[in-house]
Design a protein around this ligand. Structure first.
Ligand SMILES: Cc1ncc(COP(=O)(O)O)c(C=O)c1O
Length: 386
């Protein structure tokens, strides 16, 4: 299997596995046990890990909350901050380029009486600061915009959006799940107040993520979603999963260090994949921004063939289609539709997301396989029409 679905999840890096193992069977204490050395060891490992992650993103350790993943982080950010922001106003701004994990918590707020403006990305998938500025009203208290989109890879100018937000005294959350480990992410450079991320997208374990909550200037207050025990300053109770925390921080350190070299390598491999495909097939279009895009992501539409059918014929390649699920009648992706694709064009799209363990040979094999499958399906379609 050639795995080109790294935006969906990644293989855990062997160095990460090695770092985690002692915390399953040797240092297995509860980080909240203050009465013995097993607890202190676990607490020390958590402290070191949180410090290291904070360093990677330019935060202070007390500004990080450990969660079960980005879905929980986004829920905590949006639902947690809302009760404090209500006094300022119950209007928020988000975009049609968000992941479902960024959309559904907002829909919940709408059921509770909030109003929302959904910004439409441009044809490259980007949200412009001017759109945010135009949508702000005297009732706006929260903006939530994705940093790098999981389907197209397009990166939106969050630092400029933050400037708009701060001028208007509006809190800004960004979903950085696809950005961490792929582009340098610094909470001060970005100017964000809340930022979500997840370890399994950067070669860490599944079931662990984090939320950055600004506390220095413009401190942000949150109501917890999960209570009981008062762990993590009361923001997220529950025994800390020490091996997963050690794994997430090791993965983040490695990914952060590798950004310069991996970016160059991914761009080479990604552009090779695209050029091999485009050289042989007509009517292939790129979805997303050609430049302002995370380096591992290539989203292509193959006019006249269904992405689902393509995936079925390419059993040896793991990719994603432009559909939300693989049910009998899959819904076309809301993100691809938002950037202007028809239902058919969205359904004819495939997302290739490269990862650390892909080789050039794999990319060449994958390109050949895509070309053969698309050609075969087009031939079949035309034979059925005649
Ligand atoms: C942009 C984005 N946000 C949020 C999520 C949800 O992350 P998790 O699986 O950690 O809950 C994902 C994962 O698919 C994602 O790509």
């Amino acid at each position: 299997m050639i795995y080109l679905d790294n935006n969906s999840t990644t293989r855990v890096d062997p160095r990460v596995v090695a770092a985690m193992i002692p915390f399953f069977d040797t240092y297995y204490g509860n980080a909240a046990s203050t009465s013995h050395s097993m607890g202190w060891e676990a607490a020390g490992a958590v402290e070191n890990s949180v410090e290291s992650m904070a360093r990677c993103i330019g935060a202070e350790p007390r500004e990080l909350v450990i969660t079960s993943g980005a879905t929980e982080s986004i829920n905590l950010a949006i639902k947690g901050v809302a009760p404090y922001l209500e006094k300022r106003g119950r209007h928020l701004i988000s975009s049609l380029a968000e992941h479902k994990a960024g959309i559904d918590p907002i829909k919940r707020l709408v059921k509770q009486g909030w109003s929302v403006t959904w910004l439409r990305p441009d044809s490259t998938g980007m949200i412009a600061p001017e759109q945010v500025a135009e949508a702000v009203t005297d009732q706006t208290s929260l903006v939530s915009i994705i940093l790098a989109n999981n389907e197209t890879g397009t990166i939106s100018p969050i630092a400029e959006i933050a400037e708009v937000c701060h001028l208007q005294n509006v809190t800004l959350h960004t979903d950085a799940t696809q950005a961490i480990g792929k582009i340098p992410v610094d909470v001060d450079d970005l100017g964000v107040d809340l930022m979500s991320f997840s370890a399994h997208k950067f070669y860490g374990p599944k079931g662990i993520g984090g939320l950055y909550v600004r506390r220095r200037d413009r401190p942000v207050r949150l109501i917890p979603l999960i209570e009981g025990g008062g762990h993590q300053r009361g923001l997220r109770s529950g025994t800390l999963p020490v091996p997963l925390i050690v794994g997430m921080s090791t993965a983040m350190e490695i990914a952060n260090d590798l950004i310069p070299t991996e970016t160059v390598r991914f761009i080479e491999l990604r552009d090779l994949l695209e050029s091999l495909i485009v050289a042989e097939l007509e009517a292939v279009t790129l979805n997303g921004h050609r430049v302002e895009r995370i380096s591992n992501t290539l989203n292509l539409s193959f006019s006249g063939v269904s992405g689902e059918a393509l995936m079925l014929t390419m059993k040896e390649i793991a990719v994603s289609s432009g559909s939300a699920c693989s049910a009998a009648d899959p819904e076309p992706s809301h993100v691809l539709k938002a950037i202007g694709l028809t239902d058919d064009a969205a359904r004819s799209s495939l997302r290739f997301s490269l990862g650390r363990f892909n080789t050039e040979d794999e990319i060449r094999t994958a390109a050949r396989c895509v070309i053969e499958s698309v050609t075969g399906l087009l031939r079949l379609n035309s034979a059925m029409r005649n």
